[in-house]
Design a protein around this ligand. Structure first.
Ligand code: NAD
Ligand code: DAU
Length: 338
């Protein structure tokens, strides 16, 4: 058997991490994936049950802010895809502390370990939210936009990005930053708009729409994002930033109505609620750099991939049930016997 390159995927039990690990195991045979995840409320190993016995996959429970645990996990790895984060804006408004600890201190800890163990590649999975908000006629975010984060979440991600940049300049570490728009697809925790909507609609519960519902997001199917991450991991230029977007700007209210139609539920479920403080009005991403320099573009159209997503949640109601009941949190103890 040929030598496999070991890569550390942090946050691999979260929404994007799960989709990324499945993609790597399916389409990238040269890698052994080490999934390093603290299993917070957002980490769900049930989502990875189908690959847990794959010989190219290893799970390690650990906190990215724990130096010893990170050093042990990273030893012998070739590269890192760093996804672990506190990722929900509303939670960051209630309490910024875990965001600073995981997103900033955790990133520093991974970078230090990478330096110590002389790893060859690092991708910082960041977000378009670091650029702040756009007005209706503003051009899309490009990689040279100023960082103007508006929530504790996006401020912590911006802080991490700046730290990554500094490790490139100071230590010449081979690090790359990606900044992506809103993802959707299977295995997303139902606190984010789309899975929350589907889960509530299936139970005929109200769908909370913040403020006037006229905020705009640029939606990207998660598999397209994961392919972009692997493209950057394999072909990206150290020290660079790559924006990743879906070219799918849509107003929240329009998105909600479209999804309700697809699920076959009435618009009367929509409930207008108090707006999110500091709510960013519009995000839109210019992805021309990754397209022109690395040859990546999204493969999925919004309409088709939304239908695929709705179908997945309808077919996998047991997955949603285990999340809502909290049963998914027992899975690690059952399988790994802690
Ligand atoms: P998620 O919240 O679904 O998953 C985060 C994962 O990180 C979970 O498995 C959790 O257990 C793990 N984690 C949290 N704190 C940890 C810690 N201290 N140590 C180790 N593991 C820890 O997030 P996601 O939506 O999959 O996002 C993944 C990354 O992509 C994040 O960095 C996020 O900022 C970024 N991102 C997300 C989106 C999106 O739309 N979801 C868009 C752009 C960028
Ligand atoms: O842009 C990338 C970002 O996308 C990622 O960095 C974040 O990790 C990810 O959570 C996401 O952030 P958003 O705040 O855009 O996603 P969320 O699903 O929370 O909300 C999407 C939009 O829907 C936003 O305008 C707020 C609104 N919303 C959200 C929820 C949960 C509602 O109107 N009602 C809701 O109940």
């Amino acid at each position: 058997m040929k030598d496999l390159k070991k890569i550390l995927v942090t946050g691999g039990a979260g929404f994007i991490g799960v989709n990324l690990i499945k993609l790597i195991l399916r389409d990238y045979p040269d890698y052994h994936v080490i999934n390093f995840d603290a299993l917070t409320y957002a980490g769900n190993l049930v989502s990875l049950a189908d690959v847990e016995n794959n010989p190219r996959y290893t799970f390690i429970k650990g906190d990215v802010a724990n130096r010893e645990a990170v050093n042990n996990a990273i030893e012998g790895c070739w590269g890192v895809l760093h996804l672990a984060a506190e990722s929900h804006v509303d939670r960051s408004i209630l309490d910024a502390a875990p965001f600073l600890n995981t997103n900033v201190i955790g990133t520093m800890t991974i970078l230090d370990a990478m330096r110590k163990h002389n790893l060859k590649r690092y991708v910082q999975v960041s977000t378009d939210e670091v650029y702040g908000a756009l007005k209706p006629d503003d051009p899309e975010f490009s990689e040279t936009n100023r960082l103007l984060p508006n929530s504790p979440y996006s401020a912590s991600k911006a802080g991490a990005d700046l730290l990554v940049r500094s490790y490139f300049k100071t230590y010449d570490l081979p690090v790359i930053i990606t900044r992506c728009s809103n993802n959707y697809g299977p295995y997303q925790f139902p606190e984010k708009l789309i899975p929350l909507l589907i889960s509530n609609a299936l139970q005929d519960k109200p769908i909370p729409v913040y403020g006037d519902g006229c905020q705009i997001r640029d939606w990207l199917y998660v598999e397209d994002h994961c392919r972009a991450l692997m493209t950057v991991f394999e072909k990206g230029m150290p020290g660079e930033i790559y924006n990743i977007g879906g070219n799918n700007e849509i107003m929240n209210l329009d998105l909600v109505k479209t999804l309700l139609r697809q699920i076959g539920k009435p618009e009367s479920l929509i409930e207008s609620v108090k707006d999110r403080p500091g709510h960013d009005r519009r995000y839109a991403i210019n992805s021309s750099r990754i397209k022109n320099e690395l040859g990546w573009e999204p493969q999925y159209k919004l309409e088709d991939a939304m239908q695929k997503t709705v179908a997945w949640y309808l077919e996998n109601d047991d997955w949603i049930d285990s999340v809502i009941s909290g049963d998914y949190m027992e899975y690690y103890n059952k399988q790994y016997g802690e």
